[in-house]
Write a protein that binds this ligand. Structure first.
Ligand SMILES: C[S@@+](CC[C@H](N)C(=O)[O-])C[C@H]1O[C@@H](n2cnc3c(N)ncnc32)[C@H](O)[C@@H]1O
Length: 343
C-alpha cells in the first residue's frame, strides 16, 4: 500500500505524520536508509518494524491465530476478564484510549466495546507506523462501533508521544499491548517509558503487555511454528526490500531462525544465508556480500520477570495500580499511573 494523499487519509479516518517512505534529509527514504545502514553493519541487521507492510500485517494476523503463538490469546483472556476494572480505575467521563502500535486492534475491540458502555465520552486514538494496518483498523472500528470517535495517527511511537504531549485536556489511557515493549532492550524500554511519562499528565494511565519468562520450549515453539508462518513473516522483510527498493534477495537461499538467550531474556530472530551470495539493491545503488551461514538480525522480543516490571515502573515515575494475569501466568497486563510531583 502506498501512502495516501493527506485528504484521502483524512477521509479514511487517520492522519499521516511520518510515513515510512517520507523523504529523509539526504534524499533517501527512511526505509532505504535503514536498509543501507543495517546491511552495512557487522553483524548485519534489518529492523522488524519494516515487516508490517500489507503482507506483513496479514501474516502477523495469521500468527495471532496459531496454537503456538500464546501471547495473543492469553492477553485477550486478560482483557476479557479485567477490562471493566481497568476502565473503572480510569474513573472519568472523557477518555482517550491511545493504542501505541495498534496493529489490527483485535484485542482493543474488547476494551472499546466495554468503554462505550462504561464511559460517556470515549475517543479511540490508534498510532501505528504501518499505514496498511491503520487503513484496515479504522475501517473495522468504524464498522463495528457506530458512534465511536476514531482519530488514527500513522507515525512512529515518538510522533504519538508528541501528539500526547500537546493534547492534555482529556484523561488518557495508553495501551501498549501485544508485548510491543519487548522489542526494546531494557535500556531503550526505560528511556521510552520515561518519555511517555513526560508526555502524559499526572493521573493518566498506561496498560502495558509484558510477556513473562517461562518454559523455554514454549518460547521456542511460539517463534518457530510448524506451519512456517513466522518464517514467512520474518522473510517478508527481504521480500519488501525486493518489492520496494528493487532488491534481488533469493528467498529460498535464506532461512528463518529464532533462539532464546537465557541471560538477556530475549527471543532473537534471524535470517540466515544458506550459501555465499551477493544481494544487489537498486534504489540504494549497493551490493552486499553474505557468507555461508551468515546471520542477519531482525528482531528481539524481551521476556520479563516481575522484578523487572517493578523496577521499570519505579525508575520511570509510574505507580503500578494493578497487575492482571492469564490463568497460566504466562503474560501480564500491568496497569500503571503517572505520578508527577506538584511543583
Ligand atoms: C506485534 S504488533 C502488535 C499489535 C497489537 N498491539 C497487538 O497487541 O496485537 C506490533 C505493531 O506495532 C507497530 N510498530 C512497530 N514499530 C513501531 C514504531 N516504532 N512506531 C509505531 N508503530 C510501530 C507495527 O506496525 C505493528 O502493527
Amino acid at each position: 500500500m502506498t501512502t495516501k494523499s493527506k485528504a484521502a487519509a483524512q477521509d479514511a479516518g487517520y492522519r499521516v505524520l511520518s510515513p515510512a517512505d517520507l523523504s529523509a534529509a539526504h534524499g533517501l527514504r527512511a526505509f532505504a536508509l535503514d536498509v543501507l545502514n543495517g546491511l552495512s553493519e557487522t553483524p548485519k541487521r534489518l529492523s522488524s518494524r519494516w515487516i508490517y507492510d500489507d503482507e506483513g500485517s496479514r501474516l502477523f494476523s495469521r500468527i495471532c491465530e496459531l496454537d503456538e503463538y500464546y501471547p495473543t490469546r492469553t492477553e485477550a483472556e486478560i482483557l476479557r476478564n479485567h477490562t471493566e476494572d481497568i476502565l473503572k480505575r480510569a474513573g472519568t467521563d472523557k477518555l482517550d484510549i491511545v493504542d501505541l502500535g495498534a496493529g489490527d486492534g483485535r484485542k482493543t475491540n474488547i476494551m472499546l466495546e466495554a468503554a462505550l458502555k462504561q464511559v460517556k465520552d470515549v475517543r479511540y486514538v490508534p498510532i501505528d507506523i504501518s499505514e496498511a494496518s491503520m487503513g484496515g483498523l479504522v475501517k473495522n472500528m468504524r464498522g463495528k462501533f457506530a458512534g465511536l470517535k476514531v482519530a488514527g495517527i500513522v507515525g512512529e511511537y515518538f510522533d504519538g508521544l508528541h501528539w500526547l504531549s500537546q493534547s492534555n485536556d482529556r484523561r488518557n489511557l495508553v495501551l501498549f499491548l501485544g508485548s510491543n515493549i519487548g522489542n526494546f532492550n531494557k535500556v531503550q524500554a526505560r528511556v521510552f517509558l520515561r518519555q511517555l511519562w513526560e508526555a502524559l499528565n499526572d493521573g493518566d494511565q498506561v496498560l502495558i503487555g509484558f510477556d513473562l519468562k517461562k518454559d523455554i520450549e514454549l518460547l521456542l515453539a511460539a517463534y518457530n511454528d510448524k506451519h512456517g508462518v513466522t518464517a514467512a513473516f520474518n522473510k517478508n522483510l527481504l521480500k519488501r526490500v525486493n518489492r520496494e527498493l528493487g532488491g534481488d534477495f533469493d528467498l529460498a537461499a535464506y532461512r528463518h531462525f529464532a533462539t532464546y538467550d537465557v541471560f538477556s531474556g530475549a527471543m532473537e530472530s534471524y535470517i540466515v544465508s544458506l550459501k555465499r551470495q551477493t544481494v544487489t539493491i537498486r534504489d540504494i545503488q549497493s551490493s552486499f556480500e553474505f557468507q555461508e551461514w551468515e546471520p542477519l538480525h531482525t528482531e528481539y522480543s524481551y521476556k520479563y520477570l516481575q522484578s523487572d516490571i517493578d523496577g521499570l515502573a519505579s525508575n520511570t515515575g509510574f505507580k503500578i495500580l494493578d497487575q492482571y494475569f492469564d490463568n497460566n501466568g504466562w503474560f501480564t497486563d500491568s496497569l500503571w499511573q503517572v505520578e508527577k510531583p506538584s511543583l
